[in-house]
Design a protein around this ligand. Structure first.
Ligand code: NAP
Length: 163
């Protein structure tokens, strides 16, 4: 099974200057909870945005064109086909965690979407690509809790591809 896991603001912004535009620990916790159920795959720029890579207790797969790219504790792939073969051979979900190129690449294969919506408007340079939500049904929706550490209203959503 292939999933997408991401957070977007109300305009579809997902990144700025190689990092996240917001600080929202509750979403980091949600991300961790979801992705610990399987393994993760990401583009090289998303890998570079992780503070202390790799993400622990999950296989980390990085997609790059750089044939000499080396990141300890990760699997490095150079094509969509390699990722698909990995997903097919694995009995765990493969969570695609961005960025844009990976979300574009797996639009037709993705089975579930884990979307966090942050109800705020941020400046950004990276946007979630268009997703045809008519192909998916919303199966879960939870309002996040706003508190001292989580200042922005946010909603966690799970969509499943319609049969
Ligand atoms: N809000 C969220 O949930 C979320 C999630 C993920 C990322 N982000 C943000 O998004 C930004 C980074 O994402 P991004 O979209 O700019 O980049 P990205 O997709 O993470 O990485 C792009 C890189 O992936 C590699 N790549 C892409 N397509 C490939 C292909 N067909 N074959 C081989 N390699 C390929 C290339 O690496 P090489 O250049 O090494 O060849 C390319 O430069 C950051 O700001 C990050 O914080 C946000």
């Amino acid at each position: 099974m292939i999933t997408f896991v991401w957070a977007e603001d109300e305009n579809g912004v997902i990144g700025k200057d190689g990092t996240l535009p917001w600080h929202l620990p509750a979403d980091m916790a949600f991300f961790k909870q979801v992705t610990l159920t399987g393994n993760v795959v990401m583009g090289r720029k998303t890998y570079d945005s992780i503070p202390n890579p790799p993400l622990k207790n999950r296989e980390n797969i990085v997609l790059t064109t750089n044939q000499s790219f080396d990141a300890p504790g990760t699997i490095v792939y150079h094509s969509k086909e390699e990722i698909l073969n990995y997903a097919k051979a694995s009995d765990k979900p493969l969570h695609i965690i961005g960025g844009v190129s990976l979300f574009e690449m797996f639009k037709d294969e993705v089975d579930e979407l884990y979307r966090s919506v942050i109800h705020e408007s941020f400046e950004g340079d990276t946007f979630i690509p268009e997703i045809d939500y008519s192909q998916f049904e919303l199966i879960e929706e939870t309002q996040g809790v706003v508190d001292d550490k989580n200042k922005y209203p946010h909603t966690f959503q799970v969509f499943r591809r319609k049969k």
